[in-house]
Write a protein that binds this ligand. Structure first.
Ligand code: ATR
Length: 273
């Protein structure tokens, strides 16, 4: 029987998930269909329950429904529970299980694909939105030397640092508190580039960096990556590897088998020029 999976979002037409999971299914010899479902902004719960009633197996959740799906779940895996949000779900018997694979995907991309170990490193994350929240516990699990969250609105970074203080050494600063600070790994998790804005960042944060990573993907060299390039010899990366690796984790959670991410990374890579 063909498994039915879907990603819920609004908007969702841009999602690459169907391409990614169809490729993984081919590799694993699994018969599945994976669709995009654009639920109305005030109608996630009904759409989600209707999908479940159709005999579906599971799928993914993107903005703005990551909290709604979490609220609809009956069992939460550790990473989802800690983040308070989910990007992956499965229907098992009467249960709705949720997981958050974003952070594990990002960490695996950095350590395994880009060969940058995070243990002992000075890590800077720019931004304090949903994307960051899902990534903090997996980062702290790697025992970095320091993990700094810098955000335009300091109070949001403070809230995150307080929430995750029990998991490791974490500090919050405003974007204006970065002058003279140096880091080994710098990540951009802000949505500034989406609205065509660039961040005013001091050159010092890139000087000793070995990796500058933009969680946005498919946009070539963003202003953040250009700034890193101008001020350091850091390796530049966008979020295509994170996209592929979070999908590997989701697929492994559904089917107990880990697909190889390389073909998907190749298929979706937009050169950083
Ligand atoms: P997501 O869930 O994708 O992380 P979000 O919750 O809207 O999205 O968060 C967007 C992040 O980008 C926030 O950290 C936001 O900073 P504020 O908390 O101060 O709003 C940051 N951001 C967006 N535009 C920005 C800009 N022009 N300059 C600096 N930070 C920006």
């Amino acid at each position: 029987m063909t498994d039915r999976l879907a990603i819920f979002g609004n908007p969702v037409q841009h999602s690459k998930s169907p391409q990614i999971y169809h490729r993984f299914a081919e590799q694993a010899g699994i018969d599945l269909t994976y669709e995009r479902i654009e639920a109305p902004l005030d109608g996630f719960h009904e759409a989600f329950m209707a999908f479940r009633a159709s005999g579906a197996r599971g799928g993914n959740i993107t903005a703005p429904f990551k909290l709604d799906a979490y609220a609809a779940s009956t069992k939460r895996m550790r990473e989802a529970e800690i983040a308070g949000a989910c990007n992956t779900y499965k229907f098992v018997g009467d249960d709705i299980l949720v997981q958050n694979t974003d952070g594990i995907g990002l960490v695996n991309d950095i350590q395994q694909n880009l060969n940058v170990p995070l243990e002992g490193k000075r890590i800077l994350i720019l931004g304090a939105g949903g994307a960051v929240r899902g990534c903090l516990a997996p980062f702290l699990d790697q025992k970095p030397g320091t993990l700094t969250i810098a955000n335009r609105t300091l109070s949001r970074a403070d809230d995150l640092a307080a929430r995750f203080a029990g998991f490791g050494k974490i500090e919050a600063v405003g974007l204006d508190g970065l002058d003279g600070r140096r880091f080994d790994v710098v990540l951009n998790a802000t949505s500034a580039a989406l609205s065509g804005q660039s961040l005013a960042l001091p050159a010092s944060i890139f000087r000793e960096a070995v990796l500058a990573y933009d969680l946005n993907y498919g946009k070539g060299k963003t202003p953040f990556l250009k700034s890193a390039e101008a001020n350091s010899s850091a390796r530049l990366a966008d979020g295509v590897g994170m996209l592929a690796e979070q999908a590997v984790e989701a697929f492994a959670w559904w089917y107990g088998t880990r697909p190889d991410s390389r073909a998907v990374i190749e298929m979706l890579t937009v050169p950083l020029v």
